[in-house]
Design a protein around this ligand. Structure first.
Ligand code: GN1
Ligand code: MG
Length: 362
């Protein structure tokens, strides 16, 4: 891989000399590397191999990212720092396709920043909420069409179609051992599709959204700990803004890990819920529709449910979508996310009361 990475990096229009290329983070989908350059004045870069099984049209995805970041750059004081900068190839393309058919893309590494795998304070949750609220606000007047990079990504009707097909096919022969877990999904089918019907009939508006708002996809300033921008823009698409809030609540409010094998660790922190929502509303309160207000608290339940479904579906399919670290990883993820969902359900009245209180005070 070593020399190959240098060759690939060499295809892009980089400044400076490459000193080192090393792996970064552990995303479930793409492979990510940091390119360090020798010269102090040359930036470092992020190189990613984009997963073209998950993203069947990488060129369209890169177009989306380019359009959205170009738009955001017109809205901010520091365009180099407050959104991603896509670096084209020396031929001017937004990606490089290698001999094996892999797609690669580069953006600038934004220095003096920090990411978190877990929100460890309400201050951080507030900042994260502010970040996604601001991202949505920056794109409120974005009117160009965006490609649907993953079909039906947060579309619950589509997810249930996939689910029904997966359970029926039972590719890995695991369905018989999953009666209880499958029951978790089936008992909520009607409620979740009922919510989605409000999106389908236009009661809940479609907007430009990020769609993968877990905390590790947000960049914070290393000194101030203030939010800088949303990164991992692969899934930017048209969706409901509630899905961004819901996915973030799933991530920020969890007292345990997403794949915590110790279920006692997992619950929803109501303080983190309040902090995230307050941060989000600091940017979005004035522009939320009545229906968005009404379903704001529910959004956490919706996306956490979807994540239970997606992890379990991947386990049923034989672990083809998410990278796993051990054989039952997707089942452990399913159970941990289900525990979080139960905790949200148990605290739902409080969540709604917090949102109602915040609405009164604006
Ligand atoms: C994936 O790409 P990454 O690792 O940030 C997934 C999200 C899931 C998340 C669960 C394109 O996010 O939808 O919520 O894992 N992204 C895609 O951690 O499927
Ligand atoms: Mg991603």
């Amino acid at each position: 891989m070593g020399q190959q990475l240098y060759n690939i990096a060499g295809r892009f229009d980089l400044r400076g000399t490459i000193a080192e290329i090393k792996p970064l983070g552990d995303g479930f989908i793409n492979d990510t590397f940091v390119i360090k350059t020798s010269e102090a004045e040359a930036p470092d870069y992020i190189l990613q191999r984009k997963n073209h099984v998950v993203f069947p049209d990488v060129p369209a995805m890169m177009e989306n990212i380019q359009k959205v970041t170009t738009h955001i750059k017109t809205k901010v004081a520091n365009p180099e720092r407050e959104t991603l900068t896509v670096i084209p190839t020396t031929d001017g393309a937004l990606y490089h396709k290698d001999a094996e058919g892999n797609f690669w893309a580069v953006c600038t590494f934004i220095p003096n920043t920090i990411t978190y795998d877990r929100a460890d304070s309400t201050a951080l949750a507030y900042q994260g909420g502010k970040g996604i609220g601001r991202f949505q606000a920056q794109l409120a007047d974005f009117n160009e069409p965006l490609a649907e990079v993953i079909k039906g990504f947060h579309n619950m009707r589509f997810r249930f179609e996939q689910w029904d097909a997966a359970v029926k096919a039972d590719k890995a022969g695991r369905v018989a051992s999953l009666t209880e877990e499958i029951g978790w999904i089936e008992s909520r089918r009607e409620e979740m599709l009922g919510f989605w019907a409000l999106v389908e009939n236009g009661t809940i508006p479609m907007r430009v959204t990020h769609n993968d708002t877990k905390i590790s996809n947000i960049l914070f300033d290393a000194d101030t700990k203030d939010v800088l921008c949303a990164i991992d823009l692969d899934t930017v698409m048209s969706s409901t803004s509630l899905n961004d809030v819901g996915d973030a609540l799933r991530s920020y409010t969890n007292t345990g890990a997403e794949d915590d094998p110790e279920l006692e660790n997992v619950s929803m922190s109501i303080d983190m819920f309040r902090a995230y929502i307050e941060g989000y509303l600091s940017e979005r309160a004035a522009t939320l529709s009545e229906s968005e207000w009404e379903w704001l608290a529910f959004s956490g339940r919706f996306i956490t449910f979807e994540q239970v479904l997606r992890f379990l579906m991947d386990y049923i399919d034989g672990d083809t979508y998410y990278k796993i670290k051990y054989p039952d990883h997707n089942l452990v993820r399913t159970r941990a996310q289900y525990r979080l969902l139960e905790s949200m359900e148990a605290q739902y009245d409080q969540m709604k009361a917090i949102v109602a209180g915040l609405k009164e005070n604006i």
